[in-house]
Design a protein around this ligand. Structure first.
Ligand code: C2E
Ligand code: CA
Ligand code: CA
Length: 745
């Protein structure tokens, strides 16, 4: 607080000839209270000579009262790096305001630097006469270190300062707190090489010379400290053998001693070194130790944070397996490249590459082989690139290339070359492998002026290439886009229809050949009436449901619906033997599928023989353990399986007896040709006899004419289904159909 009245001639610390006054504090309790204080308290008289110091002063600076009394405080406490302007500042401060406050560097008796907060008040009372002053000194060395270092470094981190700037800041602060020190911070990389991060007061050529030096048992102070994992004190560089190879390099800098401490990360791994150089042969003092304690921690946090961020950056933008840019990174770089092409009015090509049958490699040879294949593909793609092209891995076995300044014909040529390059045999886990791929191409700017459109269109072209002919390439076309958009619209609508439960089931009778009025069963067929598109045939929406991952949901719905309907018919007294339902192979990949089928039955009080499960040959051939387990579980429960569309697929007859199949559905293609093709007749006869010998029922599908019916009857086909007997009908019409059929029989 400024005194209320201005003080005449301010009391500077500078000498003036006068005699010390007797200690003004005679009061013993007050004296001992002052002695107990941690602050150093000094009274000076009008001649600025010390007339009193408390016990705190002795504790802080090491001088006993007897060593100080009668002297000028400045003579006692100023040292080599104290602020030379301090006395002048104090003088003018006191003159102007009667008090002065500063944070400054003083020295203890043993020469230890002490940062203090110094408050001087002009005071007549305390010093026992006019012109005296009272000085209170508080040790802020530690606070100063923490405050300055911690706060600044942490702020620097928050403000995203580069690591080298942060480390330079640490060095500079240390050099400010302990001006006799020259600080340096080196990083130690994974290979054990040193890299200067900051040494703002060392000559630049020293830093350059140290960059890349391997740590070792006698590599100066830093290289040795990093190698040993412990601090190394070299009190005299000129003579210490650790410095033999580096003495000459440092000689011009005037550095004579060096104390280096390893910086360790949280796991204890050495990630850097923190060194104090001195211009005279010496070791560190207590303040230096405290400084290093604070700094090592800060440096470790900063260095570790930096490497974590680099790692996160790597993980966020690069594919870990192949090291290629990932989708995010590729998009960003491609956007920039496209902007450049746009500016220069140059064309570009986006190539979307998808490996053929990659899943098989993973499944048959294991994931390690799959990974090795992907890495080799990444290598080959990278080798095919020119400097201005970009490559990335989007996901799984999908890779993309952006070829700059590349017209359509060049893009096609490049794609051919890539296909050839990939197809060169490669060795994967010790086995020769030929990698095939399909490539879709979208051209910039015709097929899209943004990276997302180009990616989508190139993907569509790739899908087209794959479905036309594996190991081929395809240019994007607007027609393709239209199909893809229609498909996407259908997927959306189907999703909604499923959620709203607006799909319906129709039922088609299956009748006994011997007595066409007798039902063998009813096949449930899904129907979708779209509000705008009208009736969408299952041949359109079932594949969409399969690809969009909606088919299992659809299957669960249809099981519930068909079971509910059968229970309702039974309750109404209609004798319907069973309902056949079409199951997708994908449902068999769900571990709980068999369980879900049982649950649907139980909900409606039915038994396994009330359902006939129609599966396709792909399910029969599916070797996945989960599929086999579902089939086995369903069989154990007593469900009957019916093999749909028999004769259209791989028709591996040898599989027939391995699976618990009780019924074959002869595809309508055979039935259609019966009257015209002797081959169809011969095949049908053999199917009927094989089935007979395996104890299977044959259901002939798509029977439309009495001619077909008669032939099938004559050759012993037991069950028929087709428009001749009844079209698929809504459940409400089934009772009528039953009545008419019986009436007609
Ligand atoms: P699918 O299982 O072979 O079903 C028989 C198809 O033949 C049905 O076509 C049926 O309406 C038709 N059909 C029956 N009799 C005759 C006939 O005499 N002449 C002709 N020309 N056709 C006849 P739909 O209902 O269009 O079903 C087509 C395919 O869609 C089905 O073939 C089946 O693979 C699939 N599908 C239908 N509903 C479902 C379902 O609920 N789930 C699953 N996963 N697939 C279904
Ligand atoms: Ca069927
Ligand atoms: Ca069929």
């Amino acid at each position: 607080m400024p005194p209320s009245s201005p003080q005449p001639p301010a009391p500077p610390l500078a000498p003036r000839n006068s005699v010390p006054l007797p200690p003004p504090l005679g009061d013993a309790p007050l004296r001992s209270a002052l002695d107990a204080s941690d602050n150093a308290i000094v009274l000076s008289n009008t001649a600025r000579r010390v007339v009193y110091v408390n016990g705190g002063f002795t504790r802080l600076f090491g001088f006993g009262a007897g060593e100080v009394l009668g002297r000028y405080l400045s003579d006692v406490l100023l040292g080599p790096h104290s602020d030379p302007g301090l006395l002048g500042d104090i003088r003018s401060g006191l003159q102007a305001q009667g008090y002065f406050h500063v944070e400054t560097l003083l020295y203890s008796k043993s020469g230890q630097p002490r940062w203090v907060s110094m408050m001087i008040n002009a005071s007549d009372e305390a010093s026992g006469g006019p012109g005296g002053s009272i000085t209170v000194l508080t040790d802020i060395t530690l606070t100063k270190m923490h405050e300055v270092l911690q706060k600044r470094v942490l702020e620097g981190m928050v403000n995203e300062l580069p690591l080298t700037d942060l480390m330079a800041l640490v060095c500079r602060e240390v050099e400010r707190i302990a001006p006799e020190v020259t600080a340096s911070i080196l990083a130690v990389d994974e290979q054990g090489l040193l890299h200067p991060l900051a040494a703002p007061s060392l000559p630049a050529d020293i830093c350059r010379a140290l960059d890349g030096v391997p740590i070792g048992p006698s590599v100066g102070s830093c290289g040795t400290a990093a190698y040993r994992g412990e601090p190394v004190v070299v009190t005299d560089i000129a003579t210490d053998p650790l410095w033999a190879d580096y003495r000459a390099l440092f000689a011009p800098s005037g550095m004579r001693a060096c104390w280096s401490s390893p910086i360790s990360d949280h796991r204890g791994k050495v990630v850097g070194t923190f060194a104090f150089y001195f211009r005279e042969p010496r070791g560190p003092d207590a303040l230096h130790h405290r400084l290093v304690d604070v700094c090592l921690h800060l440096c470790a946090v900063a260095i570790e944070r930096h490497s974590t961020r680099q790692r996160i950056h790597q993980l966020a933008f690069f594919d870990e397996l192949t090291g290629l840019p990932n989708r995010a990174m590729f998009r960003t770089s491609a956007e920039r490249a496209l902007a450049g092409l746009h500016q220069d009015s140059l064309p570009g090509a986006l190539l979307f590459i998808d490996l053929d049958r990659f899943k098989q490699v993973n499944e048959t040879q294991g994931h390690a082989a799959g990974d090795a294949l992907l890495c080799e593909v990444a290598n080959r793609l990278t080798q095919c690139l020119r400097a201005r092209d970009l490559v990335g891995r989007l996901a799984g076995d999908e890779f993309v290339l952006l070829l700059s300044d590349c017209a359509t014909d060049q893009a096609v040529q490049a794609a051919h070359r890539l296909l050839e390059e990939l197809a060169r045999p490669m060795e994967i886990s010790g086995q020769a492998h030929v990698c095939r791929a399909s490539i879709g191409i979208a051209m910039f700017p015709e097929d899209g002026d943004g990276i997302d459109t180009l990616l989508r269109h190139a993907d569509q072209a790739m899908a087209q290439a794959k479905s036309d002919h594996l190991h081929s390439l395809q240019l994007f076309s607007a027609e393709m886009n239209r199909c893809a958009q229609e498909r996407a619209a259908m997927e959306r609508a189907l999703r909604q229809a499923l959620a709203a439960r607006s799909l319906r089931l129709e039922y088609q009778p299956q009748v006994l050949s011997s007595s066409p009025a007798t039902l063998h069963g009813l096949e449930a067929l899904a129907r979708w009436q779209h509000p705008d598109w009208g009736m969408v045939p299952p041949s359109q929406f079932i594949p969409v449901a399969e690809e969009a991952g909606l088919i299992h949901e659809l299957t669960l719905w249809l099981l519930d619906e068909a079971c509910g309907q059968l229970a309702a018919w039974r309750a109404a007294g209609h004798g319907i033997p069973c309902v056949a339902v079409n199951l997708s192979g994908r449902s068999f990949h769900q571990a709980e599928f068999a369980q879900q089928v049982c649950a649907a039955l139980e909900r409606h009080g039915l038994r396994p023989q009330d359902l006939l499960l129609e599966i396709t040959e792909s399910v029969m051939m599916d070797a996945r353990p989960v599929t086999r387990a579902n089939i086995e579980a369903l069989h154990q429960k007593g469900f009957k399986l019916s093999l749909d569309d028999f004769g259209t697929g791989y028709s591996s007859l040898s599989y027939l007896h391995r699976l618990p199949i009780s019924e074959l559905k002869l595809d309508m293609a055979f039935v259609r040709d019966l009257t015209t093709s002797s081959t169809a007749r011969a095949l049908t006869v053999s199917v009927l006899s094989i089935a007979h010998s395996l104890g299977m029922v044959v259901v002939a599908e798509g029977v439309e004419t009495p001619g077909q019916q008669q032939w099938l009857q004559a050759h012993g086909c037991p069950v028929m289904q087709g428009y001749l007997f009844g079209k698929p009908m809504p459940p409400g019409d089934v009772a009528d159909w039953l009545r008419t059929a019986r009436g007609g029989a």
